[in-house]
Write a protein that binds this ligand. Structure first.
Ligand code: COS
Length: 380
């Protein structure tokens, strides 16, 4: 079980204030112009909310997983694209936190903590999405170095991140493909690292999604995360800690849409009455709030389980991400419906929230994959 403490409440209050003042005013513009939310990055970095999960010994705030999901939720309530700053920083750095050497942690984590660098996570490839183990990016030994070749795709915040956690095949002859995969940390300045073109997306348009290419990309030998052959397990273990952050993003988007819808139905009049006085719409609002609260509770539960390292953390992480993202999709569609014609225009934020919600059902594993992970954990 988890308890939301006074510290957690204080974190929520502090982030909400920053989000409303410094992030929300730019959210529509970032979406409209598909531009990176520099104002959000600056505000989050100045206030220390850019990567709160980094342990204190590496210069971070050492916030627990529940505080981390609260930060992401509150930013997502006003701008989903901006919430990818703390979320992707956790995703990219978790492999190092879980399995990296002390030297690697000291090299990378302080920069993520103080905001001088961000870190992305590179697992997927064009032909290896849900079937992540089918990746083809290769890493080969060359003296003390590793040399990477291949292409990763759909990489969140690629181009703005300085560091990249990259999974690559080191032993193509391994009996089990997963045992032939290793994890590495690559820097944007490494020789042979090339950032590809930006995807043209339905939502989260403020957060760049790009391919990254490795063309004889040479990195020092000590940039491997853990032992050779352990990279796939590290990649999946990471997701047990970060799928709750996607759940949090979904809860935040849904709450943002509900807040706008409530404000609207209390003002808008039709048939001589406020929309809020129509029982059919009251029931919609009640369902939206009920579902958000259920999703939020499961997200915090999953975050707390990941913090403790509970045996069922993987099940809960998938359940939280799956439920919350489905709720976000439904709630944002209903929010557009409650605003009617106005909701369908870009004069109101709910259509953006509806487009932003969709990705939460897809990334960090589609909801079909989440159901597969949950079923495996129940039936094994
Ligand atoms: N933590 C640690 N190790 C894990 C793990 C976890 N959560 N889940 C699986 N593993 C281990 C397994 O135990 C197995 O090792 P052993 O056989 O030695 O025990 C190894 O990793 C391979 O796992 P598995 O056999 O289950 O791999 P599959 O190829 O069947 O793939 C799925 C499993 C489909 C669940 C995985 O590929 C997946 O999650 N796909 C979606 C990827 C994803 O989320 N992509 C989004 C990219 S991030 S934006």
């Amino acid at each position: 079980m988890f308890a939301v403490t006074d510290d957690h409440r204080a974190v929520r209050e502090a982030v909400r204030e920053i989000a409303v003042k410094a992030i929300e005013p730019h959210a529509a513009d970032c979406d409209e112009n598909e531009r990176y939310p520099t104002e959000a990055q600056q505000a989050l970095t100045e206030s220390g909310f850019n990567a709160v999960h980094i342990p204190e010994e590496y210069g971070g705030a050492g916030a627990d997983a529940v505080a981390t999901v609260i930060v992401i939720e509150e930013v997502a309530r006003v701008c989903a694209s901006s919430s990818l700053i703390p979320a992707v920083n956790k995703l990219g750095s978790m492999p190092i936190i879980l399995s990296g050497s002390e030297e690697l942690k000291k090299q990378v984590l302080p920069q993520i903590a103080d905001g001088t660098a961000m870190i992305s996570y590179a697992l997927s490839e064009r032909e290896a999405g849900s079937d992540a183990v089918a990746m083809r990016t290769r890493a080969t030994r060359d003296g003390d170095d590793w040399v990477l070749n291949g292409t990763k795709c759909w990489i969140s915040n690629a181009g703005v991140s300085q560091w990249y956690t990259v999974m690559a095949v080191t032993d193509p002859d391994a009996t089990r493909k997963a045992d032939g995969i290793s994890a590495f940390v690559v820097h944007a300045n490494d020789e042979g690292f090339v950032v590809g073109s930006k995807e043209r997306k339905l939502g989260i348009k403020g957060s760049p999604t790009r391919e990254i290419h490795f063309e004889q990309c040479r990195i020092p030998g000590d940039r491997i995360i853990g032992e050779p052959g352990t990279g796939f397990k590290t990649a999946l273990a990471t997701l047990d800690h970060t799928r709750p952050t996607i759940g949090a993003q979904a809860v935040g988007i849904a709450q943002g849409a509900l807040d706008v819808a409530i404000g609207y139905v209390k003002e808008r009049k039709q048939f001589g009455k406020k929309l809020a006085e129509f029982q059919a719409l009251q029931f919609m609002i009640a369902d939206m709030a009920m579902e958000i609260e259920a999703a939020r509770t499961l997200v915090y539960q999953a975050a707390a389980a990941s913090e403790r390292g509970d045996a069922n953390k993987g099940f809960l992480a998938s359940a939280a991400k799956c439920l919350a993202s489905d709720v976000a999709m439904k709630v944002t569609v209903d929010a557009v419906q409650l605003l009617g014609g106005a909701g369908y225009t870009r004069d109101f934020p709910v259509e953006r929230m509806m487009r932003d919600a969709k990705i939460t059902q897809i990334y960090e594993g589609t909801n079909q994959i989440q159901r597969l992970v949950m079923a495996r954990s129940l039936l094994r």
